[in-house]
Design a binder for this molecule. Structure first.
Ligand SMILES: *Cc1c(COP(=O)(O)O)cnc(C)c1O
Ligand SMILES: [Zn+2]
Length: 557
């Protein structure tokens, strides 16, 4: 087992690690980090790959001597999987989701709680104080309950009641603080000082930062086993980008440290660029990054509904993050509006089947922004941290036609019960349902557009995989609108367009072309005036597609 010590970031003194040591014994600095003997060659992927399917497979690189004291319920080792449909929408074929929702309490804070509680157990500490915007309190409360320790959880009153109730059910003492997160942190610090209790100091807590390293280790190990064809085997793989929603920056600082340690140990050949995304209503780091400042100006009253991300005063965490990003893989710190986050939340649920909380959606909205701006390139390998599970979905996040209501009384004595219900459900508002025919040779592209349209609740969708099949279908029933791909074998979109426009009844049908093709000027001419709209694959979003379809449907030819 490698030795580790607490290293002071200011005077570089090395001292033994103890959870209750809050400052450097040499110079008094509150900024220390764990430091290991990273002798290259000592760490081989083989050492880790036999470990348990949890973050404890990397316990040699955690600040612990005896991690088995902690009654683990499988924190970490969350799945990493390709996001095919979102990737297709964004033109990013190598997009992967690190699904941190699949931790015991539904967010990546479970890593922080598990490693911290393991350290407390090891040092016989049985009572602690934390301050939280919700998820830390939930994760710590669960871990403390399992380990039989007492927790005081300071929570700002802005945290949604559902989250607060979850903290209470684990038996923690909840202290509801009317005020901002930064103010609640000060109260918690004062309380822990007076009582002589351990306080989780967030980004300055060695266990917090170390726990987040395991995200980096897992990504590198899992990416390599997904066998990306362009990577050399035998070592682990770094992605080109790691994307995360950021509040206090524990995640990104830990993740960079993890990649740096793997780099030193020779396990990966590079450190990824980071995209740290903040909520625009509380984005001190994004503002400072844009202005190229190394100190962030605090946001005193956060203006966002996304309470999880309301660290208004990041303090030195920003300065460190910026410094480490600049000396490692680079990247950016950016921000997105609450509205964009809610749109991304809805999109990720519909195209990837993942129900995420608004804070996690901030990362996805950032991904969309950076992909559209071309900051992230189509051939980049991108890993996004899907950091937390959604709370009960509020109805304002749903589309207008999200439910069709039927009453069981209508079906009291049907002669053919199933047909009766099917007929009733498809007849509802039949007048408002529009028939759309998707013509595309790629099944996954058809399926994606179908999903997006059907999720609106007002479209009936048909598919054709080729021009000849489409011609047969329109003979049988004429759709209200056609979505046409240009590049198809047999008969391409241009030839099909000629045939459709040459005859009634398709002569007047609105046609929206969706293509991955760069058009030549000759090709532009062939389309000009004959289609309603042209959209480029990988570059449109649900609302735009739906909006264009609505526009096209309302136009008279
Ligand atoms: C805490 C949290 C974040 C932000 O984490 P930091 O790395 O500390 O900035 C993002 N998403 C969710 C769901 C969180 O709980
Ligand atoms: Zn020091």
């Amino acid at each position: 087992m490698p030795s580790f010590a607490a290293k002071c970031l200011d005077c570089e003194a090395h001292t033994p690690y103890h959870p209750l040591t809050n400052s450097c014994p040499e110079c008094g600095s509150e900024w220390m980090e764990a430091c290991y003997d990273l002798d290259a060659g000592k760490f081989r992927d083989a050492t880790f790959s036999d470990g348990p399917a949890s973050l404890w497979r990397y316990s040699e690189l955690l600040p612990l001597h005896n991690p088995s004291q902690y009654p683990s319920i499988g924190e970490g080792w969350t799945p990493l999987f390709p996001a095919h449909q979102l990737g297709m929408l964004l033109g990013l074929p190598n997009l992967y989701i690190k699904d941190e929702r699949q931790n015991p309490t539904g967010s990546f804070k479970d890593r922080q709680a598990a490693v911290t509680v393991a350290a407390l157990l090891e040092h016989n500490i049985n009572e602690a104080v934390i301050c939280s915007t919700g998820n830390v309190a939930i994760a710590f409360s669960a871990a403390f309950a399992r380990a039989g320790l007492k927790l005081w959880a300071f929570i700002t009153s802005l945290v949604p009641p559902d989250k607060m109730h979850e903290v209470a059910i684990y038996g923690s003492q909840v202290i509801k603080v009317t005020g901002t997160y930064d103010q609640a942190k000060k109260l918690a610090a004062q309380f822990s000082l007076e009582r002589g209790l351990f306080l989780d100091r967030g980004v300055r807590s060695i266990t917090a930062l170390e726990s987040m390293k395991t995200i980096a280790f897992e990504i590198a190990e899992q990416l390599s086993s997904l066998q990306l064809p362009t990577r050399k085997p035998s070592t682990w793989s770094s992605p080109d980008w790691y994307i995360q929603a950021v509040s206090g920056a524990i995640g990104p600082l830990g993740v960079i440290k993890g990649f740096q340690e793997m780099h030193v140990a020779g396990l990966v050949d590079k450190i990824p660029a980071l995209a740290c995304i903040q909520s625009a209503g509380c984005a001190p780091m994004a503002k400072a990054w844009e202005a190229d400042l190394d100190v962030a100006e605090p946001v005193l009253s956060p203006k966002t509904h996304i309470t999880t991300l309301t660290t208004g005063d990041p303090g030195r965490a920003y300065t460190l993050l910026r410094q480490r990003m600049l000396e490692a893989g680079g990247g950016t710190i950016d921000s997105v509006s609450d509205e964009d986050a809610f749109r991304a939340l809805s999109l990720v649920a519909k195209v990837e089947g993942l129900s995420i909380e608004p804070a996690a959606a901030v990362a996805f909205a950032g991904l969309i922004k950076l992909a559209r701006q071309g900051v992230i390139h189509p051939d980049d390998v991108v890993v996004i941290n899907c950091s937390g599970h959604t709370m009960p979905v509020e109805s304002h996040l749903l589309g207008p036609a999200w439910s069709k209501d039927i009453s069981v009384d209508d079906f009291a004595f049907p002669s053919h019960p199933r047909e009766g219900i099917v007929a009733a459900l498809t007849q509802i508002d039949q007048t408002q349902m529009r028939n759309v025919l998707i013509i595309d040779d790629q099944a996954d592209a058809r399926r994606l557009i179908r999903r997006l349209l059907e999720a609106q609740g007002t479209f009936l969708v048909d598919e054709a995989e080729s021009g000849p099949i489409a011609l047969q279908l329109v003979k049988q029933s004429v759709p209200d609108l056609i979505i046409l791909d240009l590049m198809m074998p047999e008969m391409d979109g241009f030839a099909l367009l000629d045939l459709l426009r040459a005859q009634m009844p398709t002569h007047d049908i609105p046609i929206v072309v969706v293509t991955a093709k760069e058009l030549t000027s000759v090709e532009w001419k062939r389309l000009d005036g004959r289609i309603e709209q042209l959209m480029t694959k990988g570059d449109f979003f649900v609302e735009e597609l739906v909006e264009e379809i609505e526009n096209a449907l309302s136009q008279e030819r």
